[in-house]
Design a protein around this ligand. Structure first.
Ligand code: XMP
Length: 524
């Protein structure tokens, strides 16, 4: 692929190679390196041979962990040439063991030295790799095998109870080997260690999100060629960033389909259409299918039936409109790394499949489309950084997540148009309150659920008999676990008053203080 003049060429950056032996956390190594502004690529071990190394010309190499066992016959190995390039190498866990075994050391299985989880390593001597570490540091271990004899040239730098050779170094060749995982959060000094490694390897930290963007654009062009791509745009951050990036890469070869199922929030459809069609000038099909969805959902109360009905109709509608694009070969999705972290290793490497990933509604198989997933390597905060880089407005990038089935799952019990209209109003007032108090960015997700119960109230001199609603606001890192947000009583009181005064149909407001687990974030 020819490089566009005037744009940064990824080939000009210093490059670090990560050889993937199939660890579930290999991608975290890449993430930590991006934080250090180091350009890296992950390649599965079986694709890395001597010719590949010559072409790639890395200035340092990291060997990842993995599920295999070095003493087993046929266990994965990098090519011997890797250790003859004169560049620094860091072996992590399996990578450490394979490195020791190939350089003349010995690896043994078991013998009571397995360690899983938190451990402490104690430093015996100084090394540039551990600069900034205290004498005793917490690390995350996950190993059954261990190195039983060091390769010539290596010295022990730090030990742990289950890994007498927790950190070893051959300073002359700049080869380092660690038994623990520096890339995970449970190794608090891990980022420092990786920072030391890239510094001693001479990396200047010249890699930026701007460069990532250019590289991603090149990759999209190379994958798609002159074929057409369709993208289901939800207005959420992930699909929006994916669409803008792909549009930048291939322009009008991309058509977005925005399905308005009548379960969106106040003003949402207008906002999305205006932004993408008018501001970004993208070919956008605005499929107004409110009647179709709402008729099908009218009176439906079972949560699973709601989800299935919406999913089925979404596919029908998407297919109908995608047909208008004519000859699309690719479907773009805003899949993020956490979506694939438990499925097949993203680099096509050998990681153990824990669960297979569900593509949205099975669309690609049904339509015979290939996938374009340009955010597959990124984490949510990186997607937001990329969105900023692409010039998406901050208000869009910082938006709370919104589920595909929309307001349907915030309307426990029967769905009716009347309840949806009330919910939409109440939600708008609640979010406005949160914004006015400057709390929006502290909260992972906030919304109102309209409850399937009417309660008695008194307003003025009259009796009311209206719906109750629940406010929900949670903090979270990834949506997997969550805590309720500790609003002040003043905030809650003021918000309840506003909702009751401004939203006809609601006369009682409650606040949901359930964490996840045991609750979920949504009510259905
Ligand atoms: P729960 O309710 O499972 O939600 O704690 C965790 C996160 O996922 C979102 N969510 C969904 N997103 N389709 C989606 O696209 C769904 O069916 C769905 N259900 C929940 C939820 O909003 C929260 O961010």
């Amino acid at each position: 692929m020819e490089h566009a003049p005037g744009t940064p060429d990824p080939a000009q950056h210093q490059r670090l190679l990560i050889v993937d032996f199939g660890s579930q956390v290999t991608q975290l190594i890449a993430r930590r390196l991006r934080e250090l502004r180091v350009y890296c690529e992950i390649h599965p071990f079986h694709k890395v041979d001597a010719a590949f190394l010559r072409d790639f010309a890395p200035e340092a190499v990291i060997l990842s962990g993995g599920p295999a066992s070095v003493p087993d016959e046929g266990s994965p190995r990098p090519p011997a040439e890797l250790f003859e390039m004169g560049v620094p190498v860091l072996g992590i866990c399996y990578g450490q063991q394979v490195m020791q075994a190939m350089l003349g050391g010995e690896v043994r299985r078991g013998e009571g030295t397995a360690e899983f989880g938190r451990a402490f390593v104690v430093r015996d001597r100084e090394t540039p790799l551990l600069e900034g570490w205290s004498e005793r540091e917490q690390v995350w271990m996950s190993h059954g095998d261990h190195v039983s004899r060091l390769a010539p040239g290596f010295e022990v730098v730090a030990t742990s109870p289950g890994a007498p050779l927790a950190v070893t170094a051959d300073e002359a060749r700049r080869f380092y080997a660690v038994q623990f995982h520096p890339e995970v959060h449970h190794t608090p000094g891990g980022a420092t260690l990786l920072g030391n490694f890239v510094r001693l390897a001479g990396f200047r930290g010249d890699w930026t999100m701007g460069a990532y963007r250019e590289q991603a654009i090149e990759a999209i062009r190379a994958q798609v060629g002159d074929a057409k791509v369709i993208c289901g745009l939800s207005g959420g951050v992930d699909s929006s960033v994916a669409a803008v990036l792909i549009h930048e890469a291939i322009g009008d070869q991309l058509t977005c389909v925005f399905v308005d199922h009548g379960l969106l929030r106040e003003g949402e459809a207008e906002e999305v259409v205006e932004m993408f069609r008018d501001h970004y000038n993208m070919p956008l099909i605005h499929a107004d299918e409110q009647a179709l969805f709402l008729d099908a959902l009218d009176g439906v109360s079972d949560p699973e039936t709601k989800r299935k009905t919406i999913g089925r109709l979404f596919i029908d509608v998407f297919q109908k409109h995608a047909g208008a694009v004519g000859g699309a070969e690719f479907l773009a999705q805003g899949t993020l790394y956490p979506d694939v972290i438990e499925s097949v290793s993203f680099s096509g490497g050998p990681s153990v499949t824990i669960k297979s990933h569900h593509n949205v509604g099975g669309l690609p198989e049904k339509m015979g489309l290939k996938l374009v997933e340009p955010l597959r390597e990124l984490f949510k905060d990186e997607v937001r950084a990329l969105g900023r880089e692409l010039g998406l407005p901050a208000s869009f990038i910082g938006r709370h997540p919104f589920p595909g089935p929309g307001l349907a799952i915030r309307c426990p019990g029967e769905i009716t148009r009347e309840k949806l209209a009330i919910l939409r109003r109440a939600d708008a007032v609640y979010i406005d309150q949160i914004r006015r108090h400057g709390l929006y960015d502290e909260i992972w997700q906030a919304f109102v659920a309209i409850l399937p119960v009417r309660t008695v109230g008194v307003m003025g001199d009259g009796r009311t008999y209206d719906f109750a609603c629940a406010l929900r606001a949670v903090t979270s890192v990834d949506g997997m676990t969550a805590d309720y947000y500790p609003f002040t009583h003043e905030f809650l009181g003021e918000t309840a008053t506003r909702i009751i005064n401004e939203v006809p149909g609601i006369n009682r407001v409650t606040y949901d203080i359930t964490s996840k687990p045991p609750g979920t974030i949504e009510w259905e």
